[in-house]
Design a protein around this ligand. Structure first.
Ligand code: TXD
Length: 316
């Protein structure tokens, strides 16, 4: 039985999500946007590549939100992206209202879906989405850590001149400038990055520069593009999460997930390593943190809690 994947937001990331979904033959697509004609145009264009790419799936573009009915997976990019000079947090009010409405629609049309939120400010938006959709917390996640970790892997592979496939690492915490790259859990072909630093293969100052570039990775692309923000790597990252769910891959991925009584957190959405399979978030992996990592994580948690209380006030 073919899966149904709804993409809410057919902009830069939404269009790329649709293309990747079709190329990977993950299922039929409903592409929804508020802009008249745009989702329909992208769906028609994508359909006209089927003869060349040979994918058997269908893609429908629409402005009718009820078409999300009974979706297996929903990926949300609806909202405004950053413009130069804007922080992710500047999008809080506008995107918060958009995500609240979409959450209510998901509750109505596809309460059993696995839902991935991409819209920024991510950690607050995934909180809003779960609050208004009433989705079980294990079926509602945010995409950020896979992207941030992928950016970090790329920078390290260039610096160390090694295959990117040999680099394992992840980023903890919120999708903000205070995210926490995990140096103690970074390995190259199974060899700890700490050994590379000890053997003076790479100075720690270089590593810190790479960590900072990862934290500011989104802003660097916003400045270069001038109009809009990153979309290829964000789309690939979300598709990796959707695939883990659809194919029950039990993949360990850094995602914005609902944390309860772990990492000293009572209950909130935060970027953590989780296992994603056919039940959604199947396990939250708790890793031991150094004191500096604990302090960085505390800072990131504080930023997210600030955004969440601000968006609660706005949407009351
Ligand atoms: O790692 C991450 N999570 C971030 C997320 C990485 C990169 C981009 N990040 C955020 O994703 C970005 O800050 C935005 O908030 C979203 C979407 O970024 P994208 O680059 O795709 O933005 P576009 O191209 O402007 O597309 C947004 C679409 C656009 O076509 C609007 O018409 C549509 O969203 N839109 C809506 N669709 C449905 N419903 C509503 N209400 C709506 N409002 C706008």
């Amino acid at each position: 039985m073919k899966k149904k994947i709804t993409l809410i937001g057919a902009g830069n990331i939404g269009g790329t999500l649709a293309h990747l979904t079709l190329l990977k033959k993950l299922g039929d697509i409903v592409l929804i946007d508020v802009m008249k004609g745009m989702p329909q145009g992208k769906a028609l264009d994508l359909s006209q590549s089927a003869a060349v790419e040979g994918f058997p799936c269908n893609v429908e573009g629409t402005n009718d939100f009820s078409k999300m009915k009974n979706s297996d997976v929903v990926i949300i990019t609806a909202g405004l992206p950053r413009q130069p000079g804007m922080s992710r947090d500047d999008l809080l009010e506008t995107n918060g209202k958009i995500i609240k409405k979409i959450g209510l629609d998901i509750k109505k049309y596809c309460p059993k879906a696995f839902v991935i939120c991409i819209t920024n400010p991510l950690d607050a938006m995934v909180y809003v989405l779960q609050k208004y959709s009433k989705l079980p917390v294990e079926k509602c996640v945010g995409m950020a850590g896979v992207l941030d970790s992928s950016r970090l892997k790329y920078f390290l592979s260039v610096e160390l001149n090694v295959s990117i496939n040999d680099i394992q690492t992840f980023v903890l915490g919120g999708h903000g400038d205070d995210m926490v790259p995990m140096v103690n859990y970074t390995t190259i072909g199974g060899i700890s990055l700490l050994d590379f630093i000890k053997k003076k293969k790479i100075p720690i100052s270089k590593i810190n520069k790479i960590f900072d570039r990862t934290r500011m990775g989104g802003g660097e692309i916003v400045r270069l593009l001038q109009r809009g923000s990153a979309f290829y790597a964000p789309a690939s990252s979300a598709i990796q999460m959707a695939e883990a769910y659809l194919l029950d891959q039990k993949k360990l991925l850094p995602c914005a997930a609902f944390i309860k009584n772990k990492y000293g957190l009572k209950s909130m959405y935060m970027g953590m390593p989780v296992i994603i399979g056919s039940k959604g978030v199947e396990e939250i992996i708790e890793v031991s943190l150094s004191s500096s990592e604990k302090n960085m994580l505390k800072k990131s948690i504080k930023s997210v809690q600030g955004l969440v209380s601000a968006v609660d006030k706005i949407l009351k």
